[in-house]
Design a protein around this ligand. Structure first.
Ligand code: TPP
Ligand code: SF4
Length: 474
């Protein structure tokens, strides 16, 4: 028997908003809409922006994503495009609507199937009531003490003219708000509700503002309330799939689940930290490790940290592998730490200090003396592996000396052939190319570092197929 959900609110939770804050009313209306639609909580995602409004998602028993200010629509777009079957609901303030204005325009223009609720209280609530893009002319805020001189943005008109499928303007006090939110959620394309509210901490006391003034302001600006636009254009995430299905002549497949192919020997949760330099394949290796864990039936998380610059500076990735579900990322005390470059070392002093005798640090010889830790120290001669400095992290996977799959044997033979050919063409003078080939031959072939190891950071057991990463022996 399917049981109806009486609420989508987290049991026993209370909103953290100031008394009388409109955010509580709007969230209640959202809850009523979810109850009305009886959405599957597992297929519903609330994406929140920054600000007081950003605290809302934790009070709903659905999937949630909370990111940077003004960027909620970008995350939501990615989620929707990746899985069009999800109902993706964005909660943002007027501050977020201004800071992320271009995203708002583009989501409307693309007709991405999102439902955007703008909790519009005419100021930045969380940071002390600064004016925003919707502050009415004359509005007093902490940054417009003499009254706002800017023209307020008409959010509804802006998204309407850019092709939004459903547009509604109303207030948090509207009796019909829950129904309109439900209608917006059911709209396949981009839907936006501009919900006018009271910020009782700042805008209300600064402007002697109440529900009456709120309605008067709307009228004074000549802005209509109610449903302002309904259009039936193709929703982008579905349109993409239909278009490609037409081109391919077959349906576009949904994302494939990662199915277990191997059995892991991992006994306890293992936290791995790879600390290297940008451009060193640190993140790729971490991904291969995490994927390998998943193929082996483990839970895996990956978290990357690197500066905004490209190909310079540090690159640190952490991977947690576990038989149990991993609820938090953040490795303070890794079980395995690979220190690959000085840049990586500069990012790991805290972890090195926290590690104990049961844990292991793999370190390149040139940095070994700089490692101060209680953990077991293993000097790892990465330079003997035939990879450039750029691929140090990949080489950090200890190669198995027994790779004997047909693909690798074929590859080794072809490497040997090309080395001989190279030697022939440059017999008179030992060219750089020949030297490189000889080094390559010695290092790669005689050390049995197979092609798969070099390319994907994976290792293979004798006779095992090389499909995907296999870290079953981790
Ligand atoms: C890019 C960026 N700029 C500024 C801030 C600082 N900041 C945090 S909350 C906030 C105001 C939020 O106002 P609004 O979006 O209207 O939401 P409310 O607090 O009113 O719910 C600001 C400016 C930030 N976190 N990120
Ligand atoms: S500061 Fe304003 S927006 Fe934030 S919780 Fe208080 S009343 Fe609501």
């Amino acid at each position: 028997m399917i049981q109806e959900l009486a609420t989508f609110r987290v049991a026993g939770s209370r909103y953290p908003f100031c008394p009388g804050c409109g955010h509580a009313l709007t969230n209640d209306a959202l809850n009523a809409a979810l109850v009305k639609l009886q959405l599957d909580p597992l297929k519903t995602v609330i994406v929140t922006d920054i600000g007081c409004v950003g605290m809302s998602d934790q009070y709903f028993d659905v999937n949630a994503f909370h990111g940077l200010h003004g960027r909620a629509i970008t995350y939501a777009t990615g989620i929707k495009l990746a899985n069009p079957e999800l109902k993706v609901i964005v909660l943002m303030g007027d501050g977020g609507a201004g800071i992320g204005g271009a995203h708002l325009l583009n989501a409307a223009r693309r007709n991405v199937g999102l439902t955007v609720l703008v909790f519009n209280n005419f100021n930045f609530g969380m940071t002390g009531g600064q004016h925003s893009v919707t502050t009415p002319h004359g509005g007093i805020t902490s940054t417009t003490r003499g009254g706002n001189l800017e023209r307020p943005l008409d959010i509804c008109a802006t998204v309407s003219v850019n092709g939004a499928s459903f547009v509604y303007r109303g207030t948090a006090f509207d009796k019909e708000l829950a129904d309109r939110i439900a209608e917006a959620i059911q709209t396949p394309g981009f839907a936006l509700l501009d919900i006018w509210e009271l910020c009782t901490a700042y805008y209300v006391p600064n402007n002697k503002f109440s529900k009456t003034e709120l309605l008067q302001t709307m009228q004074g600006l000549g802005l209509a309330a109610g449903i302002l636009q309904r259009m039936d254009n193709p929703e982008l995430a579905h349109a993409y799939r239909t278009e490609f299905a037409d081109q391919l002549g077959k349906p576009v497949l949904p994302p494939e689940p990662i199915e277990q192919k191997f059995e892991s020997a991992l006994a306890k949760t293992t936290r791995v930290l790879l600390a290297g330099a940008a451009g060193g394949k640190v993140r790729s290796t971490a991904s291969a490790l995490a994927l390998g864990g998943m193929y082996s039936g483990l839970w895996a998380t990956q978290r990357d940290d690197y500066p905004t610059t490209v190909m310079s500076g540090y690159s640190v990735s952490e991977v947690i592998l576990s038989r149990e579900e991993i609820l938090y990322t953040g490795v303070n005390q890794p079980d395995i730490l690979a220190v690959l470059t000085p840049e990586g070392l500069s990012q790991a002093p805290r972890q090195l200090k926290a590690m104990d005798e049961s844990q292991t640090v793999y370190v390149v010889p040139e940095l070994a003396d700089q490692i101060q830790t209680k953990a077991r120290k293993v000097i790892f001669h990465l330079n003997r592996a035939a990879v450039s400095r750029k691929s140090l992290a990949v080489a950090a996977r200890r190669p198995r000396p027994s790779c004997a799959t047909p693909a690798c044997i074929r590859w080794k033979h072809s490497a040997r052939r090309s080395m001989r050919a190279s030697a022939k063409t440059s017999r008179r003078r030992i060219s750089k190319r020949w030297k490189r080939a000889r080094r390559f031959y010695r290092n790669v072939i005689t050390r049995h570092l197979c092609r798969c190891t070099r390319r994907g950071g994976t290792t293979a057991r004798r006779g095992e197929p090389h499909a995907g990463a296999n870290f079953a022996h981790v």
